[in-house]
Design a protein around this ligand. Structure first.
Ligand code: SAH
Ligand code: SF4
Length: 430
């Protein structure tokens, strides 16, 4: 979502004459967009600001803005800790950036960290999305009301808020006109999307079905979905929607009901498996990926074993796994942490299992012809980059420009992350 937000911030500042520069040492304004989900992310921000500070040590400093969730959470603290920063601006206030820039005065610190999501959505509606990527992101929903005990999102992105259905379709049209052939719908709980317009309630399934009607759009994805919001209408989409990709990122966090309860996840492992089975019954080629938090307070050996059992049961082809990182202000931050060495050992063991699945899945695609949406050419080579239906990166030899098209690629070899091959033949108009 930060990538989407950064593009939108650029769309806004462009209106008052700002342009992007590759020359890091020549900027009038420098903006770092940030993530607060784990502690390392915050430290990265200060590191990055320190790096920029060095570049400008002997010249006029740019207006230094820190945007995003670290800005939201740390606001005044941040301005105090690093005087090089002039402005902190939260994820629900960035529509105000032009006012800040126009009225900026040296040495005057600005803190814009209100939750004004609806106002932001209204403002953004008036500004064209100029992103021109083949694979584009589109935010449909932000924030969260679920309050898992480990998570900062409800405090940094604010309460759950959905954008108007009409606005989303209008923005999709803009993106498709700019060249988008794949749209990934975004939200912290994207499948909790709900918007009432002209007396009708719209859900994410309505957006997916409406997007399918755009002939030029080839692929639809959504992330991140929450297990309890995988409703029947969304699951049903997999039985008829040809453009909805057979790959679902569905975080579970832990395979132990005891840990899920301490996390306040509001679902059990059985509920998750139920949803999983319903989906693969509709289409057995659908693959899953997930998020895991390892070493959560209260996680015992037996709980970890249950997480491993789940991984043996569902062949996740790609997942994110991290050691639990206590976040200030969350309920879990008051709980006793488990031994860090044990947590590290568990993470290594878990990742070995996940990576093995991932490697095996990629290997199973060797010597096969797969559909790849071509995204860009690799500089100075006769190679192109694209992705298959399961979102794996694919690099392939090709002597013609098929950017924006779906082509058949014969996969010759693979590693943990990437598939390599050669173009086969041009697919008939999809
Ligand atoms: N709303 C989605 C996930 C959004 S947050 C869901 O609930 O399914 C993205 C991921 O960050 C989470 O799935 C979780 O695995 C990870 N995460 C969040 N807070 C964390 C923390 N304190 N420590 C480690 N990982 C965390
Ligand atoms: Fe965070 Fe997701 Fe839980 Fe919301 S549902 S609090 S975003 S982990």
């Amino acid at each position: 979502m930060n990538e989407y937000d950064s593009n939108r911030i650029f769309d806004i500042v462009k209106q008052i004459g700002y342009i992007k520069t590759d020359k890091q040492e020549n900027a009038d304004c420098y903006l770092v967009n940030t993530c607060h989900i784990r502690d390392k992310a915050k430290e990265k921000v200060f590191h990055e600001v320190g790096r920029i500070k060095k570049i400008y040590s002997k010249k006029k400093k740019p207006i230094m803005i820190v945007a995003g969730c670290v800005a939201q959470a740390e606001n005044q603290e941040m301005l105090k800790r690093e005087p090089f920063i002039d402005v902190v601006i939260g994820p629900q206030s960035y529509h105000k950036i032009n006012n800040i820039l126009k009225n900026f005065q040296v040495n005057q610190k600005e803190d814009e960290t209100e939750f004004e999501t609806i106002e932001k959505f209204d403002q953004l509606e008036k500004i064209k999305n100029t992103n021109s990527k083949v694979s584009s992101f589109l935010t449909i929903q932000e924030g969260c009301d679920k309050f898992c005990h480990f998570c900062v999102v409800p405090y940094t992105r604010g309460p759950e808020c959905s954008r108007s259905f009409k606005t989303i379709i209008k923005e999709s049209e803009e993106l498709i006109k700019n060249g988008a052939r794949e749209i990934t719908l975004l939200g912290q709980n994207v499948n909790a999307y709900k918007y009432i317009e002209n007396g009708k309630e719209f859900k994410i399934s309505d957006i997916i079905n409406e997007l399918e009607k755009f002939t030029e759009l080839k692929r639809i994805r959504y992330t991140t979905s929450h297990p309890i919001d995988m409703t029947e209408d969304l699951i049903e989409c997999y039985s008829y929607n040809k453009k909805l990709m057979p790959f679902i990122h569905l975080p579970i966090q832990s395979g132990s009901n005891k840990v899920l309860k301490i996390m306040n996840r509001k679902h059990k492992v059985e509920d998750y498996l139920d949803t999983y089975r319903k989906i693969i019954n509709i289409n057995p080629t659908i693959k899953f990926s997930s998020d895991f938090i390892i070493g959560y307070p209260g996680e015992e050996k037996e709980d970890f074993e249950q997480t491993k059992n789940l991984i043996n049961e569902i062949n996740f082809i790609n997942s994110f796994s991290f050691i639990y990182s206590p976040r200030p202000g969350t309920k879990a931050s008051n709980l006793k942490e488990i031994n860090n060495n044990i947590a590290k050992e568990r993470l290594i063991e878990l990742q070995a299992m996940l990576f093995k699945n991932q490697i095996e899945h990629n290997k199973s695609l060797e010597n096969k012809d797969i559909d790849v949406l071509v995204e860009n050419k690799i500089k100075d080579q006769n190679k192109y980059f694209g992705r298959n239906e399961y979102f794996n990166p694919v690099i392939f030899d090709c002597d013609r420009n098929d950017i924006g098209k779906i082509v058949k690629v014969n996969i010759e070899n693979t590693n943990q992350n990437t598939l390599y091959g050669k173009i086969k033949n041009k697919m008939k108009a999809a």
